[in-house]
Design a protein around this ligand. Structure first.
Ligand code: DAH
Length: 335
């Protein structure tokens, strides 16, 4: 395939997104296909597996006194997505190669953590959960898609709580949550991690099909985010953030992340009863039914297998299923 180079250097003058107009500039790199994705809001489609998983996670959080924020639109500023979270100026996620910029002053959030400042600066001092779609330029493979979904959880503690108490609570809250979601004790391990906005930073990995998979990042929220950023000095907090697709793929045995965007009934129909269950794979080809009828001369030595073989020859491997409705059904022609 070849594309004119203008496809890549195209300068959109005006960008309309969520009913707002933005002027493009030299930072703009958001394609129309991504703008369209912002309208899907999968995590709020009642029986979509990502929405069901969101509800399940929320139900099983060990603490119940939190406020849910799931209505933030995904347009954020570099300040809230990066600066307020102490993400260094040279961090790769600030570049046009890694993130989708509407222009130099607005981008699509790269994580739901981008809304901490929105919440904290309102002097909100209670526990909270944020859910949303997030956007990243990334590799093309079955585990990556430029849009995915995250949940961020923040739980507060009194100012005199020790690091070890907060980390212990964090670890036990996460393990209880995952055990409840999986419906069995998970096989897990903790690894040290680095996030600019947490001080003791950790990751949990779970064993799935004999492979260790990173599931979520967490840590004690840096005190400057609470104090300098939001004037909160009488509290400490832990935070953790997880990708919904990563968890859903393990939980439901979904092999390809693109499946979550499918509008095929054979996918959505599997969850229409609101139950999160293992995914039953189906053909990658669109479903299409054909009725075929024909008659056979009496006493011919036709066998249904003759017809099946004909189907194999003509339809190659595209035909999944042939059901025989009635055979033999004898019609006598009157001379
Ligand atoms: N925002 C991080 C990311 O997208 C994930 C994350 C890590 C969230 C640690 C947290 C946290 O709340 O404590 O990679």
């Amino acid at each position: 395939m070849s594309f004119p180079i203008s496809t890549f250097s195209r300068q959109v003058q005006n960008i309309k997104i969520f009913g707002k107009d933005f002027l493009a500039d030299s930072f703009t790199n958001i394609p129309q296909s991504i703008i369209e994705k912002t309208n899907r809001i999968l995590y709020k489609q009642k029986t979509h597996p990502l929405s069901l998983l969101k509800n399940k996670l929320i139900t099983f959080l060990t603490f119940k006194d939190f406020q849910l924020f799931e209505n933030f639109i995904p347009i954020v500023t570099p300040k809230s997505n990066f600066d307020d979270l102490l993400i260094p100026p040279a961090h790769i996620s600030r570049t046009r190669t890694d993130s989708f910029f509407i222009n130099s002053s607005h981008l699509l959030r790269t994580h739901t953590t981008a809304h901490y400042a929105d919440i904290l600066t309102q002097q909100h001092q209670g526990n909270f959960v944020i859910v949303g779609d997030v956007y990243r330029r990334d590799t093309v493979d079955k585990r990556h898609y430029p849009v995915f979904h995250q949940m961020d959880i923040v739980r507060f503690f009194p100012a005199d709580s020790s690091d070890s108490f907060i980390v212990q609570s964090l670890q036990s809250d996460i393990v209880s949550l995952l055990n409840a979601v999986f419906g069995r004790p998970i096989d897990f391990r903790w690894t040290a991690a680095y996030f600019p906005f947490t001080e003791a930073s950790l990751e949990i990995e779970i064993r799935h099909n004999n492979e260790w998979i990173e599931l979520l990042g967490c840590g004690i929220l840096r005190q400057e985010i609470l104090s300098a950023g939001a004037g909160i000095t009488n509290k400490r907090a832990y935070a953790f953030g997880l990708g919904l697709e990563r968890l859903a793929m393990i939980l439901l045995d979904i092999q390809d992340i693109r499946m979550f965007w499918s509008e095929d009934e054979r996918f959505l129909g599997q969850y229409s009863d609101g139950m999160l269950k293992k995914f039953t794979p189906f053909s990658i080809f669109p479903q299409s039914w054909r009725d075929v009828s024909f008659w056979i001369k009496e006493n011919s030595n036709f066998h249904p297998n003759d017809f099946y073989q004909l189907v194999r020859e003509i339809g190659c491997d595209l035909i999944q299923d042939v059901s025989l409705v009635r055979f033999p059904f004898i019609i006598h022609f009157v001379d």
